[in-house]
Ligand binder design. Sequence first.
Ligand SMILES: C[S@@+](CC[C@H](N)C(=O)[O-])C[C@H]1O[C@@H](n2cnc3c(N)ncnc32)[C@H](O)[C@@H]1O
Length: 318
Amino acid sequence: MSEPTGAARRRGPFQVGDQVQLTDPKGRHYTFTLEAGKSFHTHKGAFPHDELIGAPEGTVVRTTGNVAYLALRPLLPDYVLSMPRGAAVVYPKDAGQILAMADIFPGARVVEAGVGSGSLSTFLLRAIGDQGMLHSYERRADFAKIAQENVERYFGSPHPAWQLTVGDLQDNLSDTEVDRVILDMLAPWECVDAVAKALVPGGIVCAYVATTTQLARTVETLREHGNFNEPTAWETMLRTWHVEGLAVRPDHRMIGHTGFLVTARRLADGVEPPRRRRRPAPGAYGSDYTGPGSSSAAGTAATAAEAATGGPAEETDA
Ligand SMILES: C[S@@+](CC[C@H](N)C(=O)[O-])C[C@H]1O[C@@H](n2cnc3c(N)ncnc32)[C@H](O)[C@@H]1O
């Protein structure tokens, strides 16, 4: 049986064409592609690529200036952070959440927009495998080109499960019987109708947005639409730790914010979304609320303040 696309490049001795990640004594990373006869240059001397070709991963090479570099293949989280970028990438911590919480499975039929630099596309392709289908939509041709190069460099060839279309998702989405739709774009609420038509009953839409205003509009649009169950919204914070002798503490620096995630599931056609058992927080939909489903566009600041500070909603069976 042949190996899944890209798997042969994930193990074994280094070969020509492999990505190599060097780590210097200060922990800094440098990534390059192995080419016979070439040299890697640093400000502390150089070494020939040929020293690594045929060597096992985890080898230490020394430059002519006698500085030691550890050579490993970049992991996918390393790769997406070091590859050329068009748009901002989905960070590995969020890609992991998307794969888990949007339940991406081998063989899944997935639609994604936008593609940006191709970080999430690469994670998705690895998870669905050669038997799955990923149709990615990107409105900017220049970003689509960067993403295509990044994805093909990672797998070492085009991926058989991947189709990339340049254009707006909401105007071009023609796929049906789709299991999962992942939206990473400015205005995911504009795509909700098209997504509802594409998804199978039980399918999942997952949106990744950067700001609270986008989060609110996405959730309210899904809620109002009628074809989805109650959306779930969350964010993930990742804090790395310094562990050395008695100095065991969180690292001083962290990435404080990346984005928010929202998921909702497609209901069967003709089904009314079950009524919510929780009353909205006091004032949540007061006269200041102007989002989807609102009846008025003006109101008092007091109502907004009440909504912002509203206590826990009451449980009710009504
Ligand atoms: C933040 S980037 C996506 C990053 C990408 N997920 C990654 O991991 O590299 C957002 C992208 O969405 C694209 N975009 C925005 N609205 C779109 C739409 N309606 N249809 C398709 N692409 C869209 C933008 O051009 C941009 O490249």
